[in-house]
Design a protein around this ligand. Structure first.
Ligand code: PHE
Length: 350
């Protein structure tokens, strides 16, 4: 047993403790209740009574040796980690850069559109997204069986006894035109930006919500020529002075006559369209892309809002902000706008 004590003494002296793991191994082997020294204490009982006392003293000395070594290394290791934690701040290090956000492309496009119309004397008007059938459809001359009223297009929230009272999510911002004309007599020269909802499957080209800017100009002697002048100027401001514009006859229940406006997408270099880039997948090789709908406000709509249609005339227009931003920034998929992918958003630094 004495040899065993000497052997362990040697082991303790030689044991290298440099890491917390090694300290733990040391503790288990020599300090713990199930360690080698504890074993030897157990064996004391088997010794003759004469030897027991002397052996007991030696074992106590061995135990103290192990405990002291353990304490010393434990303090050292704690001291090391303690020092790392309280290491002085290195003031010469460059700071971590601040992550600043960017303005969302839809906001950029909306701000730009508003800016152009504001300079032409239009003001911005807001209205509710939850609307009744009257403001979204009936007052705008939508026939009772008009397909836009069908369930597949409109999110209805509440069906009422009379159709004009049904509650729905607005499908365009034209509801704000009606609300505005109800409370204000001409002259009216306003634009209505806002979010609209349509019950469509989400894809690269359609979404269940999107944004519009509509405009309304009602005064005495407003003519189709004013409509063309205004939108012509808008297109050139937004897409560049060399932009060509064309109007195509169209139909909307609330305007007569109605027209859709296209802007030119002609090739700048062989095979490269101004709007499409090299792909030609927006204008489909035609050289024209549609950007908005417009028309002279139907006299019946003016009358629905209490405006004298003999005295006043007006024009209205509406465009999708997503579409404008797609054309302006060459975005190919509508879903990108609402996915919050910073790799997409960071590209819009003004
Ligand atoms: N409200 C129409 C739409 O949502 C756009 C429009 C507005 C067309 C005003 C003509 C005049 O598609």
């Amino acid at each position: 047993m004495r040899e065993k004590v000497q052997e362990i003494q040697q082991q303790i002296t030689d044991f290298v403790v440099e890491t917390p793991d090694q300290l733990e191994q040391f503790r288990v082997a020599y300090v713990g209740r199930k360690g080698l020294i504890a074993d030897l204490f157990d064996q004391l009982k088997t010794l003759p009574a004469d030897d027991r006392r002397a052996m007991g003293q030696e074992l106590n000395a061995l135990k103290n040796l192990a405990q002291e070594k353990f304490n010393t290394h434990q303090q050292q290791l704690e001291g090391v980690t303690g020092r790392v934690e309280t290491a002085p701040v290195d003031l010469s290090l460059p700071p971590a850069p601040n992550q600043t956000g960017t303005i969302h492309p839809l906001t950029l496009a909306r701000q730009r559109i508003i800016e152009i119309f504001e300079r032409m004397g239009f003001n911005v008007v807001d209205g509710p997204e939850i609307e009744t059938d009257w403001y979204n459809f009936t007052a705008l001359n939508f026939a009772e069986d008009h397909p836009a009223r069908e369930m597949q297009d409109t999110f209805f929230l509440e069906k009422k006894e009379t159709e004009r009272d049904d509650v729905l999510l607005r499908t365009h911002t034209s509801n704000v035109q009606i609300r505005l004309m109800e409370r204000q007599q001409p002259p009216i020269r306003s634009i209505m930006p806002g979010r609209v909802y349509r019950n469509e499957a989400i894809s690269a080209r359609a979404h269940c919500f999107f944004h519009q800017v509509e405009g309304l100009y009602v005064a005495e002697n407003v003519s189709f020529r004013d409509l063309k002048d205004t939108l012509y100027h808008f297109a050139k401001e937004l897409f560049g002075a060399d932009t060509q514009v064309r109007f195509r006859p169209s139909y909307f229940p609330f305007t007569e006559p109605s027209a859709e406006m296209d802007i030119s997408c002609e090739m700048h270099k062989p095979g490269v369209c101004r709007i499409c880039g090299g792909s030609q997948n927006v204008c489909k090789g035609t050289g024209w892309v549609e950007i908005l709908g417009s028309g002279m406000v139907d006299p019946q709509v003016l009358e629905n809002c209490g405006i004298d249609s003999k005295k006043y005339t007006g024009f209205a227009f509406g465009m999708g902000i997503e579409r404008i931003a797609m054309l302006k920034y060459r975005i190919r998929d509508l879903r990108l706008y609402s996915e919050n992918d910073v790799r997409f958003l960071r590209q819009f630094t003004q």
